[in-house]
Design a protein around this ligand. Structure first.
Ligand code: ATP
Ligand code: MG
Length: 324
């Protein structure tokens, strides 16, 4: 949707399917977006909209049941989907890294967390064993893990959710990547810990001039921190805009609904209306616009393929025939 020249990451027309016993799930269809150097791009959408699978496809760690059926992922101009496994691995960890959704489950349960950091450092940097250990302790201190020497030997099950999240972030930034993908980095944590973890990620991104893809179902949380926001619904990118513009003037009816469900300090609870209907079953035959049956603005023209992609104002894209 945005073929920006000079972008760090360009995802174009990316499609993903899953083969399941119940049929083929068309989980992502022609998703396009970019991330610029040192830019923070938010990705939002309800559960099941395709945020995580998009991140996994970019990183080359898609679940074996999933398959990229079309499109391209380019990083600094190199087509990642065309690379062999070995070359691809060269990018992951060093050039780009991911802090997985659900950190505790993503960490190796049978290896002390300090060792896990050292493994990344030994793989992606020129450090020797003892320097890697020192650097691991520094990283733990940087992500505000108390008593790094003690925590170095701890296993993930011994740590709180917030601590696991910090270890996950330390792991992701250990190789000093140019792009960090943070998938729901604050979900499941208490509010105070959420804020601390998000602040930490922002600081790290700023310090290292690191670009970031910040994934969350919480539009409020992402909007405050991202330069631009990508809105997803049922495997489609439905809108992309600079954050301030998206909040001030959403153009896709789904984004407007999502905004209305986002708590705001000024809004009363009564103002928070849920989005009608539910995400459609992605195994069924779907109309060109997957929001069609939930949309109050839907009209017969919405059944005409293909799904449009309109640059409504410079840098503001919307996939809708009847935008607001
Ligand atoms: N292993 C799998 N097998 C079959 N379908 C899958 C699998 N993983 C994902 N999907 C499909 O892809 C869709 C998108 O999943 P994804 O995990 O990317 O959603 P998400 O936007 O990250 O949601 P959440 O906010 O809950 O993390 C799911 O609704 C599901 O239909
Ligand atoms: Mg997810």
């Amino acid at each position: 949707m945005t073929g920006e020249a000079g972008a760090l990451l360009v995802v174009e027309d990316l499609s993903i399917e899953f083969r399941t016993r119940e049929g083929i799930v068309r989980a992502l269809e022609r998703a396009s977006f970019t991330v610029g150097q040192a830019e923070t791009v938010g990705v939002v959408g309800e559960s099941g909209s395709g945020k995580t699978i998009t991140a996994h496809a970019v990183m080359g760690v898609l679940h074996p049941a999933g398959r990229v059926t079309g499109g391209s992922v380019r990083f600094r101009g190199a087509d990642l989907l065309a690379l062999g496994e070995e070359e691809r691995r060269g990018y992951c960890g060093r050039e780009m890294a991911i802090a997985f959704q659900n950190a505790r489950a993503a960490l190796n349960p049978i290896r002390p967390v300090g060792r896990q950091i050292e493994d990344v450092l030994l793989r992606h940097t020129d450090l020797g064993r003892s320097a890697a250990r020192d650097r691991a302790l520094e990283l733990f201190a940087r992500v505000q893990i108390p008593d790094p020497p003690r925590l170095h030997g701890a296993y993930p099950f011994e740590l709180s959710g917030g601590m696991c999240q910090r270890v996950m972030i330390a792991l992701a930034v250990a190789g000093s990547p140019a792009l960090l993908i943070a998938d729901e980095p604050a979900t499941g944590l208490d509010v105070a810990t959420q804020c601390a973890v998000l602040e930490l990620i922002e600081e790290l991104a700023h310090e290292n001039r690191m670009a970031m893809l910040l994934i969350s179902h919480d539009l409020g949380l992402v909007g405050e921190r991202a330069d631009r926001v990508v809105v997803m619904h049922a495997g489609h990118v439905v809108e992309i805009a600079p954050s301030a513009e998206l909040f001030a003037a959403p153009r896709h009816p789904y984004t407007a609904r999502l905004l209305a469900t986002t708590p705001h300090p000024d809004s009363r609870l009564a103002d928070l209306r849920p989005i009608p209907g539910s995400v459609p079953d992605l195994r069924e035959a779907l109309p060109p616009c997957r929001y069609r049956y939930r949309c109050e603005r839907a009209a017969p023209e919405c059944d005409e393929p293909p799904l449009p992609r309109v640059e409504i104002t410079p840098g503001h894209f919307v996939a809708c025939r009847r935008p607001l």
